[in-house]
Design a protein around this ligand. Structure first.
Ligand code: GLN
Length: 505
């Protein structure tokens, strides 16, 4: 799968999460659009940087080539140079073993920025043969409340606009907040010159993991299959299993997520999805309670956390709200509430533990306090006085070795794991022994033993942090081990049960 993004940023790494939502990280260290997270969750395949191409990255490739003289003095133009580069990106997917590439053109038909992409996909069909390309156009079918009708006008307009660019859709997927009638499909079919069975409805669903089943019921895969041929029949077994689980949730849990960007839930999309699908998989329902980290900085904050069954402190950058995250870590530790710290979350837990259990006043991360008396979290080069990994972001999949007999090793069920990273700061080596002797154990380490990957606390139902982002690898059909274990602990708490996982001890 591939997402073509019409914006000019070279990658989404620098985009404000408020505007664009989370930055999704691939195994090979790509900082990509969050849609790639959905792609991975739906097709259960690891994608690479090649699966995301922005206008910015395409232009920068073309401009670099121009500077190198690759165009031999020719005039460099949107058509053919930019469109050729777009087609090259699409073709680059053929290096994988995939039979079909699903390429999403982001944005909206009618946008100025989208034109080179439409031109490129138009040409692409000519290049590879008609029956090798199927154009699927997604349109909105709005419901007008007062008149009680669904409107086909936006669909007609965007199809007209697409046609003026030389692209006639083969399938139209109608997004709507309620099912569209057969009569309406008929109308769209007539107006847009698409066979009626190729007008497919994707109404809002209770949980997005129902969508493959909805689209199947609508005959979507039949239409695409008939069009492209080959062996494209989906195996829906795992989706049926999930729907079954969703229909009969056996338990409920309330999970707080303490973050800086909580007003836009997309900023923590993979964390939220990991919580939801892990719960579904365990036959449970979670209610996610979004908690603005700064709100945990004033007196009485405890009441915001007291009736939660578990707390996730997700990743983040920048100082705002950090003391609230540290407070959340302290409260969950003291109140024996399951707490999962992801990246910055683990760093906040470590700072809290150093300040309150080791009495290291002023303990902090040098990200927030450069002159901290106790920099328990710092840059690698600050600790070792060497340049480690160039002082830049640690991005993509890294292995970790888990301590034998540790909680985290039992959770993963193996001794070596690989999770995705996106951070600069690390737990300071110098404090590791002191943290350990007070009960906060570094049970996951980088293969060279220098970097702390996982930390866990003794005598607590679940107080565990990871320097990685396991949410990026969590899939609805195989939830991330740390999310499973965390939710199990939280659901135990919700049901007033003794922690089951710790009983393995
Ligand atoms: N800001 C922290 C760091 O750079 C944590 C980053 C994160 O949570 N992804 O190390």
């Amino acid at each position: 799968m591939q997402k073509l993004d019409p914006y000019l940023n070279v990658d989404p790494g620098t985009l404000n999460p408020y505007e664009h939502g989370e930055v999704f990280v691939t195994d090979d260290g790509g900082e990509t659009d969050l849609d790639l997270g959905h792609y991975e969750r739906f097709i259960d395949e690891n994608l690479t940087k090649a699966s995301n191409a922005t206008t910015g990255s395409i232009y920068s490739e073309v401009l670099d080539a121009e500077r190198r003289g690759d165009y031999l003095g020719g005039t460099v133009q949107v058509i053919p140079h930019v469109t050729d580069e777009i087609k090259r990106r699409i073709r680059s997917l053929s290096a994988s073993e995939a039979d079909v590439a699903i390429v999403e053109v982001g944005g909206t038909v009618g946008d100025i920025e989208i034109l080179p992409f439409l031109e490129a996909i138009r040409q692409f069909r000519l290049d590879v043969g008609r029956r090798n390309v199927c154009y699927v156009h997604v349109t909105l079918v709005p419901f007008i409340g007062p008149t009680g009708e669904q409107k086909t006008k936006p669909t007609q307009h965007s199809v007209t606009e697409l046609r003026s660019r030389g692209v006639q859709p083969d399938v139209i997927v109608c997004r709507s907040d309620r099912p569209v009638s057969e009569a309406l499909k008929h109308k769209i079919s007539n107006l847009c010159d698409v066979p009626k069975e190729a007008v497919v409805n994707a109404p809002d669903v209770q949980n997005i993991y129902e969508l493959p089943l909805t689209l199947h019921d609508e005959g979507f895969d039949d239409v695409v299959h008939d069009y492209l041929g080959g062996d494209l029949r989906p195996d829906l077994g795992e989706w049926l299993f999930l729907r079954n689980m969703a229909d009969n949730p056996g338990s409920h849990g309330r999970i707080g997520v303490v973050g800086k960007y909580v007003s836009l839930a997309d900023a923590y999309l993979s964390v939220a999805e990991a919580l939801r699908h892990t719960a579904l998989h365990q036959g449970a329902m979670v209610e996610i309670v979004w908690i603005q980290a700064e709100e945990l900085e004033s007196a009485g904050f405890e009441s915001r956390l007291a009736d939660l069954d578990g707390v996730v402190i997700p990743g983040g950058f920048g100082e705002r709200g950090i003391e609230g995250k540290i407070n959340a870590a302290e409260y969950t530790r003291a109140a024996a509430i399951p707490c999962l710290g992801l990246c910055l979350g683990m760093q906040a837990m470590t700072i809290e533990f150093a300040r309150n259990r080791l009495s290291l006043a002023g303990a902090h991360s040098t990200e927030f306090d450069r002159t901290s008396a106790h920099p328990v979290v710092c840059l690698m080069e600050e600790q070792l006085n060497v340049t480690y990994l160039g002082g830049t972001m640690r991005l993509g999949a890294y292995p970790a070795h888990l301590r034998r007999g540790s909680f985290v090793e039992r959770i993963y069920g193996r001794g070596v794991i690989s999770e995705r990273h996106r951070h600069r700061y690390e737990i300071n080596l110098e404090y590791r022994d002191r943290l350990e002797s007070a009960g906060l154990k570094s049970t996951g380490l980088s293969p060279d033993g220098l970097l702390v990957e996982c930390m866990e606390l003794d005598d607590h139902p679940f107080w565990l942090g990871t320097q990685a982002h396991p949410e990026f690898k969590s899939r609805p059909n195989r939830p991330a081990p740390l999310f499973r274990a965390f939710l199990e602990a939280a659901l135990d708490r919700a049901a007033g049960r003794k922690p089951t996982l710790l009983d393995i001890n």
